[in-house]
Design a protein around this ligand. Sequence first.
Ligand code: DON
Length: 303
Amino acid sequence: MDFQLVLDQINTELRPLLGTGGKVASYIPALARVSPLQFGIALRTCAGETAQAGDSAVPFSIQSMSKVFSLTLAIKALDEALWSRIGREPSGSPFNSLVQLETERGVPRNPFINAGAIAVADRLVSQADALPQLLRLLSGLCGEAVHVDAEVARSEADTGYRNAALANFMKGFGTLDNDVATVLDVYFHQCAIAMTCEQVACAAGYLCRDGQHPLAGPTVISATQTRRINALMLTCGTYDAAGEFAFRIGLPCKSGVGGGIVAVVPDRLTLCVWSPALDATGNSWLGRQALELFVAKTGLSVF
Ligand code: DON
């Protein structure tokens, strides 16, 4: 299949729509300043073939896409033990919702809603070096140095009232072992990591390779652990739009409010799309259309 041709076609078809739908995330000031008139797409096959189009080399804030990689570290370290504090069910609620935590005794529904990702960050804080460990993982996976955007991290912390509420609430239930401020600091910084579509498509490569490193590196996680992360991405990776994503796209996906979405075609390739304007569920408005087009053009889907 000529993937470069497919991505060029998607870029040509969708670029005219830039500026006609969706809204850039406004609740974090540093994200509100990003121009919505950008669209990038990149993929990397299991065999290492790459293709890219549009603004695929422009760094953006990976936001909640970081939750896939922090979960990877936590699963690698704790395996089954991780699930005593974090559920595996879709929430059907917005990513920053507090409501389920009260009736479910401080156990977040899944590792991809904010509460779940904060609980994962707590597990990483209990080991040494949570943030450097995450940056090392990402840099190794894409073969280039990956950094935190300090301005976004500050902005995230300055406006993170709901995340602070979630963390304190979980601390009250004993879901977090560590100091709330320390855990939130890791969470805010992981959300503020900046990467390009090309870097993310490469970094996520182990998810289409049964946990094998996309470049020449050690095994990232086992094939079973990889399947589980893909299952969670399919069922919970796009929040209360997960059903719609499965229906229309049918691929494990993880989105972030920076406008990125990473998608996995198991045993074939990983794909990253980015366009900053979001739909009402917090997923990239054009990115979602790009994934739909990709599946329609290639027939690649898990279903
Ligand atoms: O927790 C927050 O508010 C953000 N920094 C991350 C949220 C996010 O990307 C949710 N995703 N769609």
